[in-house]
Design a protein around this ligand. Structure first.
Ligand SMILES: C[S@@+](CC[C@H](N)C(=O)[O-])C[C@H]1O[C@@H](n2cnc3c(N)ncnc32)[C@H](O)[C@@H]1O
Length: 415
């Protein structure tokens, strides 16, 4: 059995976790300061702890009835319990002793004894904690078991039923696979169900590979590949498509490889709400457009310019959303975004749909997708049909989850 990670790595993990949970950083940003040699271990523990956090706290609180731990003590406990449940190759006693040492050095002897007692109790009954019974009736306890914030959990149950929600939560606790789309077979990867899809058998830096640098490969989750494939089955494989929310360019790349002439844009560069983010994302989009080899090269254009080139044969809105479908791949998102943000997202989605509807030629298509499984996030697109007048009908709808990332989508055809 392997021994522990070393105190230094655990300190890095604690700092990274704090950056995500207290400063609202994305994991990749939070890990940027971790030395490269320690990053894989720290990434595994931080991402895993965030994925499991709701359930970890639920387990911990069953022991810490009187004194609910907070701050660094809570985070060290979360990381320790995550490892105890998931890193079966590491001796439990090592995990406990490293956590206890770290807490002693930061918080003193009494706190370290408290952490020691909780971790020992949990490690004494690990098999039971690895598969805890699903709470039958209490929605708050179910949400904690599911490791999904209560407001998202309740909406998923309302939209898709308890069984579906439970399966979704369980698969969202697993480590995500990396999928790519490539022109030729990929090293250390197996072919997937979509044309050109490959699943890496283990993670390796594909972005340094020759195929990636030559624009013959890009990283794309399986759901997005499926949406593009099935969009093309209905909307065809030629014509001009506007990718309205395109950065960093995954959908654009997939559409270009399926024969579309892609005009890609994103938020206006002068958007004052988040100028740096806007510029960084546009740079990523431009990088994808320049790199990807396709019969019709992707054109990344400023928003005004792209809108002025309408009407289009198709417009794809891959809308900003809660990210509730990709909580396995981006485990921090569920803890960072709150219910308060939902209303403004829904409004933003409505605005994008209204704008895009004007840009579709008669007989053309409007594709709307979100990496979310909340039905409310499809309302904007459905409203074009239900409210009438706009001349759109539903051609196809999607709710993807299971093995793949959670995505919802609606394809509308303009009469
Ligand atoms: C889900 S991401 C797009 C991912 C991209 N389609 C891909 O497959 O790589 C949503 C995008 O919407 C963009 N966005 C946010 N508000 C927008 C707006 N008002 N107009 C256009 N794009 C917007 C964000 O900058 C972000 O790049």
């Amino acid at each position: 059995m392997a021994q522990g990670s070393g105190r230094d790595s655990r300190e890095h993990a604690l700092r990274a976790l704090t950056r995500v949970l207290s400063d609202g950083r994305f994991i990749d940003e939070a890990l940027a300061e971790v030395p490269a040699a320690q990053r894989p271990w720290v990434h595994e523990v931080v991402a895993g702890t965030l994925r499991w956090r709701g359930r970890l706290d639920w387990i911990i609180d069953q022991f810490a009835l009187k004194k609910r731990p907070t701050g660094a003590i809570r985070k060290v406990l979360d990381m320790g319990v995550y490892q105890l449940l998931n890193q079966q190759q590491v001796q439990p006693a090592w995990i406990v002793s490293e956590c206890v040492d770290l807490v002693r050095s930061r918080e003193g002897e009494a706190a370290s004894r408290f952490v020691n007692a909780i971790l020992r109790k949990i490690s004494g009954n690990l098999e039971a904690w690895r598969n805890p019974a699903f709470p039958a009736t209490d929605p708050e306890a179910q949400a904690r078991w599911a490791s999904i914030p209560s407001w998202i959990w309740k909406r998923i149950v309302r939209d898709h039923g308890l069984e579906w929600a439970r399966n979704f939560a369980e698969s969202s606790l697993e480590r995500p696979a990396t999928w790519v789309r490539a022109r030729a077979p990929v090293d250390r990867a197996e072919a997937g169900p979509m044309p050109g899809s490959y699943r890496l058998k283990e993670w390796w830096p594909v972005h340094q590979s020759e195929a990636y640098l030559n624009g013959e490969l890009f990283v794309q989750d399986l759901s997005s590949q499926q949406l593009i494939q099935e969009f093309c089955e209905t909307a065809g494989r030629h014509g001009r498509v506007l990718d309205l929310c395109a950065a960093p360019g995954g959908k654009s790349a997939g559409l270009a490889w399926n024969g579309w002439e892609v005009i890609a844009t994103d938020r206006a560069l002068g958007d004052e709400r988040d100028t740096l983010g806007v510029q960084r994302r546009f740079k990523l989009l431009k990088g994808t457009a320049d790199r990807i080899r396709a019969e019709h090269p992707i054109r990344a254009l400023a928003r005004d310019e792209a809108l002025a080139m309408g009407p289009y044969d198709a417009v794809w809105i891959d809308a900003p959303c809660t990210g509730s479908g990709v909580i396995r791949r981006h485990p921090e998102v569920r803890w960072v975004k709150g219910e308060r943000e939902l209303d403004s997202l829904l409004e933003l989605q409505r605005g994008l749909v209204q704008e895009a509807a004007q840009l579709v030629r008669p007989g053309g298509f409007l594709m709307y997708s979100v990496c979310s499984v909340l039905s409310d996030e499809l309302l904007a697109a459905r409203a074009l049909v239900t409210e009438g007048g706009a001349g759109f009908e539903v051609a196809r709808e999607w709710l993807l989850a299971d093995e793949a990332d959670g995505f919802s989508g609606v394809l509308l055809r303009r009469r």
